[in-house]
Design a protein around this ligand. Structure first.
Ligand code: ADP
Ligand code: MG
Length: 205
């Protein structure tokens, strides 16, 4: 499995399609335990990202990740913009200089992204944030020979499991125990990120 710059562009294109398609759903998740802007934030940021990526020829995956991170950082807004921006920036740095990303490099990139999310969000897995999807997915990818179906199941289950958690970070934390019983919006958008990655990998494995 080797991912080149165009494959990484495809990752953002596929994610964008899902985010646009599920924009209302993401926003509806952010209504009971937030301020109802997550779908709007992500749709705006990803739309700008794919526009920027389409305007350039890329030879290295890291350059795609860097341009995407900068766009997400400045265009998504909210708490999630800096978080996604940081995740892809750290991933970009971890794969710098590589013409293609193999499974080892992908794992290193995802681990760096997760570390960046923890640092930027001052958060850990278990606090009902997008880390509750990134954590289990990165753990699966680090320890196993990648299987697309398992990757997808891991991401979906992790997202669904956020419903049972009480939020201790972000706006949802203000809702205390009332945050239980709702899927975390950032976990849902992260599920689309990994669903899109699974689609890119499916074409390669
Ligand atoms: P805002 O909360 O500013 O309105 P969004 O609605 O775009 O921003 O994003 C909310 C999502 O961001 C949450 O569902 C959660 O997954 C994530 N999030 C918020 N704060 C943190 C944090 N400190 N660490 C990790 N993720 C966070
Ligand atoms: Mg919000």
């Amino acid at each position: 499995m080797e991912l080149n710059g165009q494959d990484i562009v495809a990752w953002f294109d596929y994610t964008n399609e899902k985010i646009q398609q599920h924009k209302e759903y993401l926003t509806s998740l952010d209504q009971p335990i937030g301020d109802g802007d997550h779908g709007i934030n992500m749709a705006r940021g990803y739309q700008e990202t794919v526009k920027r990526l389409a305007a350039k020829e890329y030879s290295e995956p890291s350059e795609v990740l860097k341009d995407a991170s900068m766009t997400l950082l400045s265009k998504v807004g909210g708490a999630s913009g800096p978080l996604y921006g940081t995740a892809f920036l750290k991933m970009s740095m971890a794969v710098k200089g590589l013409e293609t990303i193999d499974q080892d490099a992908l794992v290193k990139g995802l681990e760096a992204a997760l570390a960046g999310l923890k640092q930027r969000g001052k958060s850990e897995v278990g606090e009902k944030t997008l880390l509750d999807v990134w954590g289990p997915v990165v753990e699966y990818c680090s320890g196993n020979d990648l299987k697309v179906d398992v990757l997808l199941d891991t991401a979906r289950t992790a997202m669904e499991n956020t419903s049972g958690l009480q939020a201790t970070k972000g706006r949802a934390a203000y809702f205390k125990e009332k945050s239980i019983g709702h899927i975390d919006p950032g976990s849902a958008s992260s599920f689309y990120v990994f669903e899109a990655l699974a689609e890119v990998l499916k074409e390669k494995l």
